[in-house]
Design a protein. Structure first.
Length: 364
């Protein structure tokens, strides 16, 4: 039989860091300052003009002065200025081994004009492509907005008017997909976009990186947490079916099938999906299993499933659904829709998020 999707709010893998106790800055890090690209921990003190720690070693302070120039090895690109800390490469053992990085930011001073950008977090592939193969990054823009910058997907504005305000970012990757959380809310869940598909690993870099000379800027970072977790269940997924039931999805989703910490996964699927052994294999023989889903791509309002990018049309047939159009907390809604629904400004009575790429979502 076919089930209607009656899901609870999407579960994030992790909570926001606001309730965490202060943690020490990791010791297995290197520094990249305007003077030199790879600085070991023992020499950090020589670069205190740009970087230092405070609060008993739990808080990092990154500073760029007015009209800084590039480091000694980048003379051909004097506008590439950065002060960052970074870790050596990580690599997930399998698709259920998620490596993550999380921290809390506060931009105390941003010296750039409105069209400027500071990259404050990058997930990058390892050498020989470390300098160019960034997979995803978080930017702090001159208009004081926080922006999620995908390699080959539309950007997402995560927060506005953030100068002097704390916000928490978490990025996790299993080498095939990556997920991003903003203040504890899952905002993106997509495949790696680089040609190597993340198979060679990745590294974390955080601080400030810009390609233009600006006035002085100061970034504060704390509550740094890194590591990995192997899913003991369908974390981040919502139950949608019992064993042998079929569900129709109008947009792409990731699905899981199993029980008791043993699951088989399928990614970027749409249409009718039957949750049974023949379609997934039997991940835990002799036990009643269930089906789960999570959005693949943009994350919408609670209980809504992603189904379209801006200006795309979805045919819901005779089913009656509620729809939402927008992104990042700004949406316009329509109720009891069926047949063809086009997700665009005119059809929803205006633009819910001007200047930002939007998406369509639905729920039964």
């Amino acid at each position: 039989m076919k089930n209607k999707i009656c899901s609870s709010a999407l579960l994030g893998l992790f909570a926001a860091a606001s309730g965490y106790a202060a943690t020490q800055v990791p010791s297995n890090i290197y520094l990249h300052s305007p003077l030199k690209s790879v600085i070991p921990l023992r020499d950090f003190g020589d670069h205190s003009e740009w970087y230092y720690t405070k609060d008993n070693g739990t808080t990092q302070v990154f500073r760029l002065g007015k009209n800084e120039t590039g480091y000694e090895g980048d003379a051909a690109n004097p506008g590439r200025i950065r002060v960052e800390t970074f870790m050596k490469d990580e690599k997930s053992a399998n698709s259920s081994d998620w490596r993550y990085f999380q921290c809390t930011y506060r931009m105390d001073k941003h010296g750039g004009p409105a069209d400027s950008t500071h990259a404050i977090l990058q997930m990058k592939e390892p050498p020989p492509n470390l300098d160019v193969q960034w997979e995803v990054q978080i930017n702090y823009d001159g208009d004081n907005s926080v922006r999620l910058n995908h390699r080959r997907l539309p950007d997402q504005i995560l927060g506005r008017n953030m100068l002097g305000k704390e916000f928490t970012i978490r990025v996790a990757s299993n080498g095939r997909r990556y997920k991003v959380w903003y203040n504890g809310t899952l905002v993106s869940n997509v495949e790696h976009q680089m040609s190597s598909n993340g198979s060679r690993g990745y590294s974390w870099r955080w601080g400030m990186y810009t390609q233009r000379q600006y006035e002085a800027s100061t970034l504060v970072v704390k509550n740094i947490s890194t590591g990995h977790t192997t899913s003991a269940g369908a974390w981040g997924y919502t139950k949608v079916a019992n064993e042998n039931q079929t569900v129709k999805f109008f947009g792409k989703v990731n699905v899981a099938y199993g029980a008791n910490g043993k699951y088989a996964y399928r990614y970027d699927r749409k249409g009718d999906i039957k949750f049974y052994n023949r379609g997934f294999g039997d991940p835990i023989p002799g036990v009643a299993k269930k089906g789960y889903y999570q959005n693949a791509g943009f994350i919408g309002p609670s209980d809504y499933i992603y189904c379209a990018q801006e200006n795309e049309t979805v045919n819901f047939g005779s089913k009656s659904v509620d729809v939402a159009y927008g992104i990042n907390g700004s949406y316009k809604y329509r109720s009891n829709k069926s047949g063809n629904v086009k997700f665009y400004n005119t059809g929803f009575g205006g633009d819910p998020a001007p200047g930002v790429k939007k998406a369509g979502f639905y729920k039964y």
